[in-house]
Design a protein around this ligand. Structure first.
Ligand code: 13P
Ligand code: SF4
Length: 308
């Protein structure tokens, strides 16, 4: 989603000036703090932000998100300077797969294509055949020629895809998102009991029994699009709380209930107006990918963008 600046902050004038001087585009994931989303040029899910990075004419991409997202932007926009304002913002799920272990799985299932969630390191992408996001994982799995798939690192998104593509064989990596995986069916049932009139919208990083109970499961932007088109007025939201920024802004007459108060990703919350300002001012921290893995990782990512 394109955005016009709604930030109310003492640094706003300086931020705008630096954005212009640097010819920078500010990309913000749907889980970012409200003030970051208010200042960003583009807010989106992982797929939309990857597309934006690949297409931008800006010289500098400031990625308000976590490390694998900035790495993905660096791979898709190799001529650009990619900055991660919160230099220590990682993704615990991405850390649950390493290239050596993936290579061993390839040897164990030699017929299988390796389909890797974009929430992964560049090194893991480099030993993968395809990347995907939660927005296009099902479409990609349905349409690639291979009938056997190693899906990594998210077992929950993998189960969601496997269920919708029953004609293929899946080998699921045992990774998970610490924020989404801890949502329980009991918590969902309690939320539904309290708000029986509300529709339940869930991210597929949640466990299968939670997703099975949802009225809709999809990526963050797919959830936002669902609400935009829906005639319903109340929704229980089963994904990270940052999504409430766009949901409330776009739908002032609708009501949203976060499924549990624990739906917060600490890494996504590390980007602040102050470190964004420092990033623009100092042009730090630059995110790069080791030259020897760039070409292979880029192939898997470019295939991801073919299944939009
Ligand atoms: P999407 O915005 O692509 O749904 O991603 C969810 C996520 O957990 C990103 O880390
Ligand atoms: Fe990683 Fe989960 Fe945070 Fe997304 S929400 S960055 S998958 S830990």
């Amino acid at each position: 989603m394109s955005n016009s600046s709604n930030l109310n902050h003492p640094l706003l004038a300086e931020l705008n000036q630096l954005r212009q001087e640097r010819n920078a585009v500010i990309l913000a994931h749907n889980y970012q703090n409200d003030e970051i989303q208010a200042f960003a040029d583009i807010i989106g899910d992982s797929l939309a932000l990857s597309q934006a990075a690949a297409q931008t004419e800006a010289d500098v991409i400031v990625f308000c998100g976590v490390h694998f997202m900035a790495e993905t932007a660096a791979l898709l926009a190799p001529q650009k300077t990619v900055l991660l304002p919160a230099s220590d913002a990682g993704c615990p799920m991405a850390d649950m797969a390493d290239a050596e272990a993936v290579t061993k799985w390839r040897q164990r299932y030699p017929q299988a294509a390796v389909v890797t969630y974009v929430n992964s390191s560049a090194a893991v992408k480099a030993v993968s055949d395809y990347c995907c996001t939660s927005a296009n994982a099902v479409k990609l799995a349905q349409n690639i020629p291979e009938t056997e798939i190693i899906f990594l690192p998210d077992q929950n998104l993998g189960s969601f895809v496997a269920q919708q593509v029953p004609e293929k064989t899946f080998h699921l990596w045992p990774g998970y998102c610490i924020t989404h995986h801890r949502v329980t069916l009991a918590e969902l049932e309690a939320a539904q009991k309290a708000r029986p009139q509300a529709q339940v919208l869930i991210h597929p990083e949640c466990q299968p029994e939670v997703v099975a109970q949802a009225d809709f499961a999809g990526s963050t932007s797919q959830i936002i699009n669902y609400v935009r088109r829906s005639n319903q007025t109340e929704f229980i939201i089963g994904t990270e709380m940052g999504i409430l920024y766009s949901l409330k802004k776009e739908n002032p007459a609708k009501t949203f209930y976060l499924l549990t108060p624990g739906l917060i990703c600490p890494n996504m919350k590390k980007t602040t107006v102050e470190n964004l300002y420092q990033a623009l001012k100092t042009l730090q921290s630059v995110v790069t990918v080791q030259p020897e893995i760039q070409a292979q990782a880029r192939v898997a990512l470019e295939r991801m963008l073919e299944y939009v």
